[in-house]
Design a protein around this ligand. Sequence first.
Ligand code: 3PG
Length: 393
Amino acid sequence: KKTVKDLDLKGKKVLVRADFNVPMKDGKITNDNRIQAALPTLEYILDQGGKAIVFSHLGRVKTEDDKAGLSMKPVSERLSELLGKDVTFVAETRGEELESAVNNLNDGEIMMFENTRFEDVDGKKESKNDPELGKYWASLGDVFVNDAFGTAHRSHASNVGIASNVESAAGFLVEKEINFIGGAVDEPKRPFVAILGGAKVSDKIGVIENLIAKADKVLVGGGMTYTFYKALGKDIGNSLLEEDKVDLAKELMDKAGDKLVLPVDSVVASEFSNDVPTEVVGENIPEGKMGLDIGPKTVELFENELKGAKTVVWNGPMGVFEMDNFAQGTIKVCEALANLDDATTIIGGGDSATAAQQLGFEDDFSHISTGGGASLEYLEGKELPGIAAISDK
Ligand code: 3PG
């Protein structure tokens, strides 16, 4: 695939798809990681004398009413602060005002236009990759840089649609994500250990299958533990269970043999609450209790499995880390990864990335993905349409 370095940028109108789908509360951005992650590409384009036209989706838009609170304006302001440069904002996704703003850009200047999903109100044009829309956006620029890794699992007008109409290249973020995640899965330094958590087996089936085939060990924690326990005939009390995935859990375990490592103890409580007493129990959960975190013996077991690992991919928290009483498992796994010498450590986005950041470990990993769904699909071994559509070298 072409990367931004393969493009001649001087004086060119450079369309840049970023993933600025950032968490917001009351009109304020609560985490700007995705904006920070796009800066190297934007700075490079501007340094090369390109005219950057940046855009992204934000949230999900179905009706006119959904647009409230989903304008890109606050994002353009934060971007301007981070770049230390004016970012012209156009509150349109098409039309004369947008076109003249593009034509008024000087070399090294940057602008941003409105939420691409505002085009979804009238027939889901963005999300269904309406060919006319992709063509129109492509017509606004000379070249297209796709740096929206978090959106790469979507085939939308603002990524795949544009790339089908104009020369395109991957930005530095997309390149980095592919090098880290793709590198880990396809050519890992061994031992390669995967740690998978999260509430549901159903969300992780594809990842577990792919990583059983590729990793040396797959450590499982989080709520999905109890569906595996059920498949082994253990008592699970009131723990989370996906009844219809029990057979599948059994199949996965048969396939994995001793590669798959399950928790040996759990922190349990009588309610899904931080305000009730907790206790640590072994592999059978007493009646009336639910498992909400991995226990200390499991932490030790996982630490041992991680010793000497050269590549580690982690996706999904080990427990309900949002509640203090059930955060230790996730904290300890974070610590164990942070303390590994000489290993490539990767967090595959989503909740585990949030956990690592909230717990203050964000600088201790080789790579924290900016993708949630995208990194999961990538870990499943699927081709990401947003990346597939980028021009070949
Ligand atoms: C994400 O946050 O995972 C991406 O920005 C994609 O958003 P979507 O799930 O609404 O398509």
